[in-house]
Design a binder for this molecule. Structure first.
Ligand code: FES
Ligand code: FES
Length: 155
């Protein structure tokens, strides 16, 4: 076991875990940040997506020892009041069905809009390609990303 000091959602958190422990396990099991979901564990579904710096990453594939000083943001830390433009658009379009994949979808969408505030359809499809939704909410996800993009553009 080793001690790691992690910057998560604006706070420093200490954990004592094996260095190969994936961040997903650290978040859910050690820090009780259970908004990030376990789906496949092999980088195939996107349910575990969080931000590492400004990038959307699959936390099931990131060993805790590789994080270093980089800031981690989970769905709990995306905004203080749940009013990030992507979250507001998700509510407006009523995107979720069962909800299981949606934290990962929102984290991928918010990372996309941060680096590309007005993405094309093709860019949205490319960025969201690795986030699987077994309920098939893809059409509403795309619409909500466009709503969030235009809200940000007109802000
Ligand atoms: S749980 Fe990480 S990509 Fe599926
Ligand atoms: S809303 Fe059910 S898996 Fe996406």
């Amino acid at each position: 076991m080793s001690k790691f000091s992690l910057k998560i959602n604006g706070k420093t958190q200490e954990v004592d875990v094996d260095e190969n422990t994936p961040m997903l396990w650290v978040l859910r099991d050690h820090l009780k940040l259970v908004g990030t979901k376990y789906g496949c564990g092999i980088a195939q579904c996107g349910a575990c997506t969080v931000h590492l710096g400004d990038n959307a990453v699959r936390s099931c594939q990131i060993p805790v020892s590789s994080v270093g000083d980089q800031e981690i943001t989970t769905i709990e830390g995306l905004s203080e009041n749940g009013d990030h433009p992507v979250q507001q658009a998700w509510l407006e379009i009523d995107v979720p069905q069962c909800g299981y994949c949606q934290a990962g979808q929102i984290m991928s969408a918010s990372a996309l809009l941060k680096r590309n505030p007005v993405p094309s359809d093709t860019e949205i499809e490319a960025a969201m390609n690795g986030n699987i939704c077994r309920c098939g909410t893809y059409t509403r996800i795309k619409k909500a990303i466009k709503t969030a993009a235009s809200a940000t553009e007109n802000a």
